[in-house]
Write a protein that binds this ligand. Sequence first.
Ligand SMILES: Nc1ncnc2c1ncn2[C@@H]1O[C@H](COP(=O)(O)OP(=O)(O)O)[C@@H](O)[C@H]1O
Ligand SMILES: [Mg+2]
Length: 527
Amino acid sequence: MTTSHQPEPGVFSDHGPWRIEIDRLAWARGLEALRAASRAEVAPLVKPRTLPPLRRFLEASLRVGGALLGWGLHERRRGDSESAAGLSRRLRLAFERLGPAYIKLAQIVSSGRGLFPPELVEEFKRCRDQVPPEPFETVRRVVEEDLGAPLEQVFARFDREPLAAASIAQVHAAVLASGEEVVVKVQRPQVEQQVRLDIAAMAWIAPRLVGRIPVAALANPPALVELFAETIIEELDFRLEAENMLDIARVLQEAGQRAIIVPRPHPELVTRRVLVMERLSGFSTDDVEGMRGAGIDTAEVVRSLYIAFIEGAIIYGVFHGDLHGGNLVVTTEGRVALFDHGITGRLEPKQRLAFLRLLMTGAVNDIRGQLEAFRDIGALDDSADLEAVARLLRVDEPVRDPTRMSGEELVRELQTVVKGLLAQGARLPKPLMLYVKGMLFFDGAMATMAPDVDLFQELARIYGYFAANHAERIRADIGFDPSQAHLDPRGLRASLGLEADVETITPAELLRRRETIRERLEKAGSE
Ligand SMILES: Nc1ncnc2c1ncn2[C@@H]1O[C@H](COP(=O)(O)OP(=O)(O)O)[C@@H](O)[C@H]1O
Ligand SMILES: [Mg+2]
């Protein structure tokens, strides 16, 4: 499109359909005000209320209740796996009908191998990009309203069948009138209204969960709802998403990351509900055989993505906030094409520093330092008694392997820890939530893409990366120099519940351990 020799401000594909020049992006003006306005919408939406939005609430109860009833009448008596599969399928259908908030929840569950029943995880994977799409006429209407021109005038071709359909949007392959191959992300028209009602319903439920279910309080439901509201409201304006794409691309470039590419947004065709961007394609993260066949080192792919994710968070304070299998593909060259930048994690400087301390103290097994960092990031009360927390978590005792405990013992242990933590004001703080969600993704992605690597060696490589690339910055930030201090694997060992003599552990083994614990807890809970 242009022939400027300015380097592009970010990490994109090698031969894109156009070049990005920041001052020529028509849609990028005035976004700061837009972002501020979208933030200002959140507080009134999540304010505590005495009544839920009744119709929506009833609808959700009926759909989920209907799924349970159908299962009770049909698959429930047909043996374990058929029963679980039946319930999972019915829940998936109910969630799809209920719309974006529920589809997002399903996407998170679909990353939780080892945490949720396998049938549910498998079934909910369909919510990543195979949700029933909107009819083409609806798509046409949204595109024409937002672009202000007939579809045929802008596009030489526009596929009626979407490539993918997920929570907020669906994505169609198209060719511009000027010949470039693109995809068009089109927002579902009902989403905006549904999302508002769902946030209101959640804001009603959240405080009611805290008092009743102790474990739920740890998850910090009111903050979860706030975060959900903040992120999804921003996600509803694709101009903000396009700006996020550029921010993430810039951070990746600054970090010298070559492992990841971001699609280029179109210089003009970006509106609130329509986002035209470069089309990228590749292997799904589940297609390990396909990748290996193409000579791709899948363990290296997931490692690079992991490093870039952590680096974005602790060094730049910006990271992809919605990693799941539907939002990335691996190109034939073994690079990760990252999609869906609607949710982008951003850390305030103070949060980033606490976070950086958290990971660095973890790496050298400085437990007191780690607890302080946890407190400073808001995971514990300011007045929390850190020594009491240390005792509660038995950090100074030899680790007891949870897979060697009985179900009853596990339940008892868990109850004690939960109660003790709650007494110290423990909760998942908002800045950590998106990060934890990302970790859930990596957990599953490692188990499929790098099942046999040794996690102790992985940790050493990751730490080595930060020591080699960011030692100076980290020292300036928090007075700790990773190139001078040695990694201490005891922290990793203890956090995984491994006893002192364990020298290696693979993601596949970890997954099996987690399954064992989950099954044991489930059994003990149902007796
Ligand atoms: N630039 C792109 N090139 C190819 N496929 C894409 C592109 N962007 C998105 N997709 C596909 O479309 C799906 C939905 O897009 P996404 O941005 O994730 O929407 P949502 O916000 O609804 O999840 C993605 O899961 C991915 O499969
Ligand atoms: Mg998506």
